[in-house]
Design a protein around this ligand. Structure first.
Ligand code: ZN
Length: 540
């Protein structure tokens, strides 16, 4: 080898090792810097513990049903505005929906959580027996009052870190309006609100602290109302001149219940009669029935929906009535992003389960007894007292018998999305029930939401400082999740969100609920305002 070449080679090796060392040193310095930012983020969230408690309690006290989240929306957007977010209101023609934005450039990270509650679930918090705040009124019998505090205070922490360190990026905060009706997220997607967003972190109340990925084993859904119209007549004087719309509803239900035998065991379907007529001596000229068709795949949901339409047409034919149908809600089956979930899970482990006190434990045991909770959950974990263990992170279920639905899936099939499940409720409750509201304005919900906010804030710092996370998330989304399955919306351009739903119920109860709205300027906690000793285990 000539001397010159040898020399050049040595020089090359020298420079290569020099640059490698420098880049290693930079990486190490970066890692230290990021760790510092993360401890700072934890400190900021911790300093907001009081604000989180107030927000959880406030939204609990509003107790608003889907599409009627007027006070909730106003309260949350006011806080976001005060913290420097610009708000676009009334998105997708939904008055209680919004998109709040802060920052510049990419990545654009969306944070979402539901805000609506459950009919007839009004309940005194911290009280382990049925005791409605307002009899018959709606209440947070699932715990959607807690999720916005998780994302808002995580975003506020991330924003401060980004400002201090001049890190580019955009934060977007949005609400799951009318999640209990599965009736907003597919509309946001259809109207392009998630088009320029790189990734989405969604948070949902749970008794677990985890962020799973892949197929979550849940069902997708189509929510459809069938309206029959016939002819009124005197039900005794001239019944032969009437055409009963109620008969059609009943025949449709009988037809569907026979059909069940020939559906896959993974389906779930249920209905309520929304209008069964006015009084017995008038042949009902109008009647309606509201169906949920749930299945594991788009194709099976669509098939069952078509069967429902045929059965409705058959019922109309038998009764000489006419039938129309309208889609009121929809959700795809859930599938969530692996790299994002893994990033979140590391932070969940770092944050750890909240420290539950004896009081929390006693309330949990009393609620489990009250609701006759099973001794073990579906995978064999014991249900006794507060959950103290962080589950392992799980991927796609190998098989599922089906289950509930969440329209976050319509977002998750359009961009990399995860669901953080944070531990703010008691294990073993029924899901949609006043018993699920008991813990939701107590230290259990406050500490669980705080832990969720910490894990979310840490994950935001990771995402904004490490572009590889979003790149990997996109790679998974394109090459794994949507490789063979492409999103097809159930709604068309002409389907409007049914924003009239729940209006009558809210109008009936709102004035009675107002005197019980939380007043944080007067009371440390909502429990204090209601004069509840925590925990109250038995009726005196
Ligand atoms: Zn929910």
């Amino acid at each position: 080898m000539p001397m010159r070449t040898q020399f050049l080679k040595t020089l090359l090796v020298f420079f290569a090792s020099f640059f490698l060392n420098v880049s290693y040193a930079q990486t190490k310095a970066d890692a230290e810097k990021i760790e510092k930012m993360k401890s700072k983020a934890l400190q900021i969230v911790e300093s907001k513990a009081k604000n989180i408690q107030e927000m959880v309690d406030m939204v609990f006290s509003f107790g608003e049903l889907g599409f009627q989240e007027i006070e909730t929306s106003k309260y949350l957007t006011d806080i976001l505005e005060k913290n420097g977010f610009t708000i676009e209101r009334n998105i997708s023609g939904i008055p209680t929906a919004w998109m709040a934005k802060w920052g510049n450039g990419s990545p654009v990270i969306a944070l979402g959580s539901d805000i609506d509650c459950i009919p007839k679930a009004s309940q005194m918090p911290g009280t382990a027996y049925k005791s409605p705040i307002v009899d018959g009124a709606p209440g947070h019998g699932e715990g959607h009052n807690s999720g916005q505090s998780v994302i808002i205070f995580a975003a506020i922490a991330a924003k401060q870190i980004m400002e201090e360190n001049k890190i580019p990026g955009t934060l977007v905060i949005w609400p799951g309006v009318a999640e209990e009706l599965l009736a907003s997220k597919a509309w946001y997607v259809r109207d392009g609100y998630f088009k320029n967003i790189d990734a989405c972190i969604f948070t949902h109340v749970s008794s677990d602290f985890t962020s799973d990925y892949g197929d979550n084993g849940g069902n997708g859904i189509l929510s459809v109302q069938f309206e029959f119209s016939g002819e009124a007549a005197h039900a005794a004087g001239a019944p032969w001149r009437g055409k009963s719309a109620l008969d059609a509803v009943e025949l449709m239900n009988v037809g569907w219940n026979y059909k069940r035998e020939h559906l896959k065991p993974t389906q779930r379907s249920h209905y309520v009669i929304k209008d069964g007529g006015d009084q017995p001596n008038v042949v009902p000229s109008v009647a309606s029935v509201w169906y949920f068709f749930r299945e594991r795949t788009y194709d099976d949901i669509y098939k069952n929906y078509q069967a429902g339409i045929r059965i409705a047409n058959g019922a109309a034919m038998m009764t000489d009535t006419k039938v129309t149908s309208k889609i009121l809600g929809t959700a795809w089956p859930g599938h969530f992003n692996k790299p994002l979930a893994q990033a979140m899970y590391k932070n969940i482990q770092k944050v750890g389960m909240p420290k539950w006190t004896d009081d929390d434990e006693q309330l949990a045991i009393a609620v489990q007894k009250l609701l006759e909770a099973p001794e073990k959950d579906m995978i064999g974990n014991p249900i006794k007292g507060m959950n103290k263990r962080i589950d392992t992170i799980e991927g796609s279920v190998p098989f599922s018998w089906g289950g509930g639905s969440d329209d976050i899936a319509d977002i998750s099939w359009n961009l990399p999305t995860i669901v953080l499940r944070y531990p703010a409720n008691i294990k073993g409750t029924k899901g949609h029930h006043w018993g699920d509201a008991i813990a939701m304005a107590t230290p259990i919900a406050h500490k669980g939401s705080l832990a969720g906010a910490k894990a979310t804030a840490l994950t935001l710092v990771d995402i904004f400082t490490n572009p590889k996370i979003v790149a990997d998330a996109k790679e998974y989304f394109v090459n794994v999740q949507t490789k063979d399955t492409k999103y097809k919306p159930f709604i068309s351009a002409s389907d409007t969100a049914p924003i009239y739903l729940n209006k009558e119920t809210m109008d009936k109860f709102r004035d009675k609920m107002k005197p019980f709205y939380y007043q944080p300027e007067k009371y440390g906690t909502y429990l204090e305002q209601l004069g509840i000793h925590y925990p109250t285990l038995e009726k005196k």
